[in-house]
Each structure stands twice: as structure tokens, then as C-alpha cells.
Design a protein around this ligand. Structure first.
Ligand code: FMN
Length: 192
């Protein structure tokens, strides 16, 4: 089983999403003997913004990296993403990754009947960490964006591991992490 693990937090060892995404991946490591994990730390090893020069493939190193990013995503059975909320949305490093995996003809296509996702059959688990609390809030452009991006590529059942209210107080942070750890998704190939 191939698992792709992505982290995007800029907060290093103080990151909630890094702690929780590692815990999710740890569950898979504990339960699957044939697990093949690919890891990309988008803070330590960011992907360049998609620009005209990227589309024109002017930089061979950037083109090869983009190809590997897309191939790792296509090959993955399970994708685990640490996705903090930054300015009501996602870190720009994660958006840069999305710009390399949402590729026409590879992960989606347009037809006369509209768009069709081509990357179905994966399990996607997103660790969502946020300073505030956004349940039912119209200011949440993080989880709906991620849900839409993956649905567009044919992955409709995105699972969220959520830790909210991280910035409210140390107690809120501790309780949110503990609650998320107590409710980690089952480490099975198919969604429960
Ligand atoms: C640049 C930046 C922007 C942020 N923007 C928001 C925001 O819009 N709403 C919010 O609730 N928290 C915001 N936060 C707080 C983070 O969501 C919170 O610290 C969360 O724990 C980050 O995940 P991490 O601990 O994995 O880095 C922001 C943090 C940073 C560093």
C-alpha cells in the first residue's frame, strides 16, 4: 500500500498538524506490513509557485520535481495532509502543491457534460488545525476548498481530523489535540 504524507505547517516542532498527521501515518505504519510511505515537507522543501515559465517547462529541475509530485499523488492509495488554516484558507505552500496535482488530463478532464475527476479510488485524510473555531462558519475557506479540490479530482469522501481553537488558550490547545488523537481514523485502505 502506498501512502503519501504531506505537511505544510511553518511552525516546525510547535505544529499541531504535524503532530497529528504523524499520528495518522503512525497508525497506518502500525497496521500495514507492506506500507510504502512517501513524505513531502512543503515548508522545508517547497514547490515553486506555478508560473508561465513552469507551464513552458523552462526549468528542468522544477519540471522534474512537478512530475514527481504528480506521480506520487497518482500512485498513492492513501494521502495524509497536514493542512493548517492560514488567513482563513490554506498555506500558500499547500496551494502550490495543489497546483501541481490538479492537472488536466491526469487528475481531471473536461467533457461536453462538464468536469470529470480521474483520481478516484484514493483515501484522503486531512488534518485541519486552526487557531479559531469555524464549525458552520462562512469564514472557513480551508476545509471547503480542500473538499472541493479533491472532489473535482474524483475523490468525494475526504476525511478530516480537526483540532480547533488552538490559539484560544493552552488548555484549548491541549484538549483539541487530545480529542483529535482519540478519534483518529481507522488505518484501513478504504474509508470506514
Ligand atoms: C500565517 C498564519 C495565519 C493564520 N491564520 C489563521 C486564520 O485565519 N484563522 C485561524 O483560526 N487561525 C489562523 N492561524 C493559526 C493557525 O491556524 C494555528 O496556529 C494552527 O495551529 C496552525 O497549524 P499548525 O500548528 O500545524 O502550524 C494562522 C497562523 C499563521 C502562522
Amino acid at each position: 500500500m502506498k501512502l503519501l504524507h504531506i505537511d505544510a505547517s511553518a511552525l516546525g516542532d510547535n505544529s499541531v498538524s504535524r503532530q497529528l498527521s504523524a499520528a495518522v501515518v503512525g497508525r497506518f505504519k502500525d497496521s500495514a506490513t507492506d506500507l510504502d510511505v512517501a513524505y513531502r515537507d512543503l515548508d522545508a522543501n517547497p514547490i515553486p509557485h506555478l508560473r508561465g515559465s513552469s507551464l513552458a517547462q523552462l526549468d528542468a529541475t522544477e519540471t522534474a520535481d512537478a512530475q514527481q509530485v504528480l506521480e506520487q499523488f497518482l500512485a498513492a492509495d492513501v494521502v495524509v495532509i497536514g493542512a493548517p488554516m492560514y488567513n482563513f484558507s490554506i498555506p500558500s505552500t499547500l496551494k502550490a502543491w495543489i497546483d501541481r496535482v490538479a492537472v488536466a488530463g491526469k487528475t481531471f478532464k473536461y467533457t461536453e457534460a462538464g468536469p470529470v475527476g480521474l483520481a478516484g479510488g484514493k483515501r484522503v485524510i486531512i488534518v485541519s488545525s486552526r487557531g479559531g473555531i469555524y464549525t458552520d462558519s462562512p469564514a472557513d475557506f480551508q476545509e471547503p476548498l480542500l473538499r472541493q479540490v479533491f472532489a473535482f479530482m474524483g475523490i468525494n469522501d475526504v476525511e478530516f481530523v480537526r483540532a480547533e481553537g488552538i490559539a484560544y488558550s493552552p488548555k484549548h490547545r491541549e484538549e483539541a489535540i487530545a480529542a483529535a488523537l482519540a478519534n483518529l481514523p481507522e488505518a484501513e485502505l478504504a474509508a470506514a
